[in-house]
Design a binder for this molecule. Structure first.
Ligand SMILES: Cc1cc2nc3c(=O)[nH]c(=O)nc-3n(C[C@H](O)[C@H](O)[C@H](O)COP(=O)(O)OP(=O)(O)OC[C@H]3O[C@@H](n4cnc5c(N)ncnc54)[C@H](O)[C@@H]3O)c2cc1C
Length: 459
């Protein structure tokens, strides 16, 4: 059997670590190259692998939700990162949220202890010869982004996401904020979230101040436009819109979005508030909370001034401010097969956000598939394509077949799955549950039928 026994993985984030693990477990000698701490991204804070840069939630864990289904698929396929997430789980209603430091530390330790993995701390600036997975993420270093733009021949696309602020839990006024989970669905009887309730007047005051607040100028984007080195497009990913952009779309947009009060009752009034800001535990110790869905690009001083108008946050101490950030990704339909293999070079794979996947769980899943397929390519065995009816299979199908001229990254969602005949008359939730059931069944069949998913005997 002819095979190359080594693999290089660039980027020690969510996708790169999962990919490295899968390949190493299948017998390849993996060199994982991570540029931190020598060079950082501006959003990462530590030198740990698999650092979560914003929310500490890997999405809903409910079995009939898109991320819940993806978690299930990852568990069934032996994902390292999902097992670490399960070990580091913190209460978050129906979501799979983790203590971010414990999670990153756990992943780092597992990779460091693997006999087939060598960690190299350096920035990669050119695409290496030989079997390789590129997973340098949305904040890929500039030098490497330039290399990628030259390699793919496609225009390099930019867009901007935004981070939500984090506050110290002790600084939240618990005489106003109340503990509860929406529809009492949490794990703690008392509720997993702190909820800051607003009446109509308080909401109006907040929205007015938010719309008038000063924002940070997006310098790198403006420079990219001016330099004319490459075309740059400014657009926001709809799932991560800054609240000031959302609020500008309509006075009540936030009350129907991140501040929606449904399923919550203020124990002081016995009524549903007009709007509610939810705070979710952000660390294992429970000393920090993030402002759920409150991504923002306001100037830091303005964040303090405006967010302290929210009842319960009058004295809030900010442990981290919200920020805008760059997002780099390739035009996947032009560059990738649904196996994550590059159309330009057989031994080159892409994974993670760089490949056009959004969301932590999706990025982990793409790393898992890239790790399996890079190994299979090395062992000259057919590459794996999961059924399109599974969430991972559907995501990969989307990457390879979405329209290239206006390609947008995608996160796990049921809209990517083929229709399920006979469910047309069902409500949205029931249809999702039926599709999730089909996905689980089809994955089991694929696991049974395909030795592709089994660990390859060490070569
Ligand atoms: C600021 C920010 C906030 C986000 N918030 C969320 C969120 O709340 N929820 C969510 O689901 N998704 C979020 N995302 C989207 C996405 O899920 C995460 O970015 C996720 O970490 C992407 O996984 P990845 O493996 O592709 O990249 P990363 O996890 O970023 O890993 C890439 C790694 O490559 C390294 N690297 C970069 N360039 C080089 C180089 N040239 N050489 C060597 N190493 C290099 C980086 O240091 C990094 O460690 C966010 C993205 C960003 C940028």
């Amino acid at each position: 059997m002819s095979h190359k026994s080594s693999l290089l993985v660039a980027g020690g984030g969510l996708a790169g670590t999962e990919a490295a693990w899968q390949a190493a477990e299948r017998g390849l000698r993996v060199t994982l190259i991570e540029m931190r701490p020598g060079k950082t991204t501006g959003a990462h804070r530590t030198d740990q692998l698999a650092e979560l840069v914003c929310s500490n939630s890997l999405g809903s864990a409910l079995p009939d939700r898109a991320t819940g289904l993806l978690h299930h698929e990852l568990r069934r396929m032996g994902s390292l990162l999902i097992s670490c997430a399960d070990e580091c789980r913190v209460p978050a209603g129906g979501a799979l949220a983790v203590g971010r430091e414990a999670f990153a530390q756990r992943v780092t330790e597992r990779l460091a202890a693997h006999p087939n993995i060598t960690l190299q701390r350096e920035e990669i600036t050119s695409i290496p010869e030989g079997p390789c997975i590129l997973a340098t993420g949305p904040l890929t270093s500039d030098a490497f982004a330039e290399t990628l733009a030259r390699f793919t021949g496609a225009e390099q696309l930019f867009f901007f996401d935004a981070l939500a602020p984090v506050v110290e839990r002790d600084s939240v006024n618990l005489n106003t904020a109340f503990r509860a989970s929406r529809y009492e669905r949490g794990e703690n009887e008392a509720g997993d979230y702190l909820n800051c309730p607003m009446n109509r007047t308080e909401y109006d005051t907040f929205i007015t101040a938010l719309l008038r607040a000063e924002r940070i100028v997006l310098k790198s984007f403006e420079q990219a436009i001016e330099s004319g080195v490459r075309a740059a497009r400014k657009h926001f990913f709809e799932g991560c819109l800054p609240i000031e952009i959302m609020a500008a779309r309509g006075h009540d947009a936030l009350a129907f979005g991140p501040l929606r009060p449904v399923g919550l009752t203020d124990p002081r009034t016995g009524r549903r508030p007009h709007a509610v800001l939810q705070l979710r535990q952000d660390d294992l110790a429970g000393s920090l909370c993030n402002l759920v869905g409150f991504q923002t690009n306001l100037k830091f001083a303005e964040q303090e001034r405006v967010f302290r108008l929210i009842p319960g946050l009058e004295q809030a101490v900010f442990a981290r401010y919200g920020q805008m950030h760059r997002n780099t990704y390739i035009c996947a339909p032009a560059v990738l097969h649904p196996t994550l293999q590059s159309r330009l070079r057989d031994d080159l794979f892409f994974a993670g956000q760089l490949a056009g996947i959004e969301g932590y769980a999706g990025n982990i899943a793409s790393g898992l598939l890239a790790g399996i397929n890079a190994t299979r390519q090395s062992f000259d065995t057919p590459l794996l394509e999961l059924p399109r009816t599974t969430m991972l299979g559907a995501l990969m199908h989307y990457l390879a077949h979405a329209p290239a001229d206006h390609f947008q990254p995608a996160k796990a969602n049921f809209g990517l799955l083929p229709d399920l005949p006979g469910t047309e008359r069902l409500g949205k939730r029931a249809r999702a549950a039926a599709c999730a059931e089909r996905a689980r069944t089809d994955l089991e069949a694929a696991l049974e039928a395909s030795p592709a998913l089994a660990l390859h005997p060490a070569g």
